[in-house]
Design a protein around this ligand. Structure first.
Ligand SMILES: [Fe+2]
Ligand SMILES: [Fe+2]
Length: 263
């Protein structure tokens, strides 16, 4: 199989916007592939590890050169990284828009699968944001505990109500649109988000809770809120293509923490 064939298969899932970031970022799509790595980001550390594993191809969810359409400035960092990427010979393909455009959204599906959350999910007017009615309502603290135990997120942060049950939650994995609007929505008790604007969204949740209105913002970190979608994709691709070897590579959270003196 060529890299192009796998890309064609991925591109059948959902439709991309007219201008899509789902493109080949490096390498020759006509390359024959046997080993395919999957990750959230092609970090420098990851590229080294994935290259040492012998990957022919890497599927990533996020940009490699810090710009949604990879049209950012050339800097010493981007130049050195590009050299490393090109030396690896890997085909790097970004699987983002269609990952979110599937029915269901592949990222949300993976997050809910590994979190073990069940309920009715519906679309919102915002790209990659959903409303969910939980079968078993949970407090923000219970949701955060699940994120730490089931997803391995290091420090989940909560703004607003911690201890009242939330039945109607918004799923805003990554940094999608509509986070503030969904939190303000009367019917929404809690918003799960990758990263959000503190001065607006988090402060709104804090004031709401102080006023006795059940609102929470549960901040998972960008990678923590999306990587399980890519993990589930790896599992599905492995099952669909036993002739290929797929492996998910963890790129870790972007921040290190003061309690980890050796990281
Ligand atoms: Fe995403
Ligand atoms: Fe994202």
């Amino acid at each position: 199989m060529k890299a192009r064939d796998l890309i064609d298969e991925l591109e059948k899932v959902g439709s991309a916007p007219d201008v899509t970031c789902d493109t080949v970022k490096s390498g020759d799509p006509d390359k024959e592939i046997k080993k395919v790595a999957v990750s959230m980001f092609a970090t420098v550390k990851n590229i080294k590890e994935i290259s040492a594993w012998g990957a022919d191809m890497l599927l990533v969810h996020e940009p490699t050169y810090y710009d949604h359409l990879e049209a950012g400035n050339v800097t010493p960092v981007t130049e050195a990284k590009r050299e490393l990427v090109e030396k690896s010979g890997m085909v790097i393909y970004r699987h983002h828009d269609r990952m979110h455009a599937g029915e269901p959204d592949g990222i949300a599906e993976g997050e809910l699968y590994y979190l073990g959350l069940r309920g009715r999910v519906e679309k919102t007017p915002y790209f990659a944001s959903y409303l969910m009615t939980l079968d078993e309502p949970k407090t923000a603290l219970e949701l955060a505990d699940l994120m730490e135990s089931e997803l391995g997120i290091k420090h989940v942060r909560i703004a607003g109500e911690r201890s009242k049950k939330a039945k109607n939650i918004a799923l805003c994995f990554g940094t999608p649109g509509g986070v503030f609007e969904l939190l303000c929505n009367d019917g929404v008790d809690a918003v799960l988000v990758g990263e959000a604007c503190e001065w607006q969204v988090a402060e709104y949740a804090r004031d709401a809770a102080e006023l006795g209105i059940n609102k929470s913002l549960v901040v998972m970190g960008h990678i923590g809120s999306e990587r399980d979608g890519m993990r589930l994709l790896t599992k599905r691709l492995s099952e669909a293509h036993p002739e290929l070897e797929f492996k998910y590579f963890e790129c870790g959270e972007v921040y290190s923490y003061t309690e980890d003196k050796n990281s």
